[in-house]
Design a protein around this ligand. Structure first.
Ligand SMILES: [Zn+2]
Length: 330
């Protein structure tokens, strides 16, 4: 079976940190927990195995509230990657990219979970993640329904509307119940665990999802993903190394701030096409819409808001350098 299902919380599970869940769980697990009200709140953690704040916040919440105000369905996803403190194990599919049109083991898991919950009603769904780099707390919505924005606003005054990829677990709840993914900040920071705890507690206590305050909710639309070209040798200014492509590392500190056209982004003698690749939501190369080379300087061609800019070379190679967003008006 690709999914284990428990009608109540297995004894002792809350004593285990994320990297020891494999001692009790054979794999992805769905657990129903009775509370004072229905319908249930769906809470998912560890879709990415190294992103532990969701589980840390949840297990502390359940220790403090063994009979919560609302029943819960808890999905503990990639326990094997969690045991290795990896986002995903080599050869595994990304557990947050399997919820539509997947194949192989990912499709089996998606079918098993979505089948197991098909006949249940949900109050809302919250998917808990960490990220890298210096980012504020923000929620991700996959459609702009008012209840999604309200659920996002319960977490933070910043939300990002993401259309691609459309294979996330949050997408799978679209049209079924209010659903968000939340980004709790960097792994290992105890404030992120606290934030997860607080958000779960807040969601469980809601009778209805209040509308977001449209004057105070900062809503962004994700436009493009910025990659460093595979062949480019890069380093960040302000660091100790130098390389043929120097990136302005200070951008990390301005995630979610408005950057104007003309803002320096990096420098190199090489042509832009050897350095950066910007892909829009249709995976088209739109580098020239976003960057301009002025001598050796690479500058922004248009106003944008960066998110998830990272100075971790491993993440730059594995995932991307950053996302570009624009502000949306409600
Ligand atoms: Zn994640």
């Amino acid at each position: 079976m690709p999914l284990d299902i428990y009608p109540h919380l297995p004894e002792g599970l809350l004593d285990l940190p994320a990297d020891r869940l494999v001692e009790q769980l054979a794999g992805p697990t769905l657990i129903h927990i009775d509370g004072a009200t229905e319908p249930e709140l769906f809470v998912s953690v560890l879709l990415h195995g190294n992103e532990t704040s969701g589980w840390e916040g949840l297990r502390r919440y359940l220790r403090d509230h063994p009979f919560p105000l609302r029943s819960l369905s808890v999905f503990i996803a990639n326990v094997h990657a969690a045991a290795d403190r990896q986002r995903v194990l080599p050869g595994q599919q990304d557990f947050n990219r399997i919820w539509r049109n997947a194949n192989g083991a990912g499709a089996e898991l998606a079918d098993a979970l979505l089948g197991a919950i098909a006949d249940r009603d949900y109050f809302a769904s919250i998917d808990l993640h960490n990220n890298t780099g210096h980012n504020p707390f923000y929620a991700v919505v996959t459609d702009l329904d008012a209840t999604n924005l309200g659920l996002a606003y319960e977490f933070s005054d910043k939300a990002v509307y993401v259309r691609e990829p459309d294979t996330t677990l949050t997408n799978a709840f679209s049209g079924r119940c209010p659903a968000v993914a939340v980004e709790l900040g960097p792994v290992g920071d105890p404030r992120c665990d606290d934030r997860a705890y607080d958000y779960i507690k807040r969601c469980v206590a809601l009778d209805v999802i209040p509308e977001a305050d449209s004057d105070r909710l900062n809503l962004y639309e994700s436009l493009a993903r910025v990659h460093v070209a595979d062949e480019a040798v890069f380093a960040f200014t302000g660091g100790e190394e130098s390389a043929p492509f120097m990136l302005t590392g200070g951008v990390e500190a301005v995630n979610f701030h408005d950057l104007k056209a003309g803002t320096p982004f990096g420098s190199s003698q090489l042509p832009l096409s050897d350095l950066l690749r910007v892909l829009n939501t249709d995976h088209q190369d739109v580098t020239g819409e976003y960057f301009l080379k002025e001598g050796t300087e690479i500058v922004l061609r248009r106003d944008i808001v960066p998110a998830m800019y990272t100075t971790d070379p491993f993440v730059v190679r594995q995932d991307c350098l950053c996302y570009f967003m624009s502000r949306m008006q409600l």
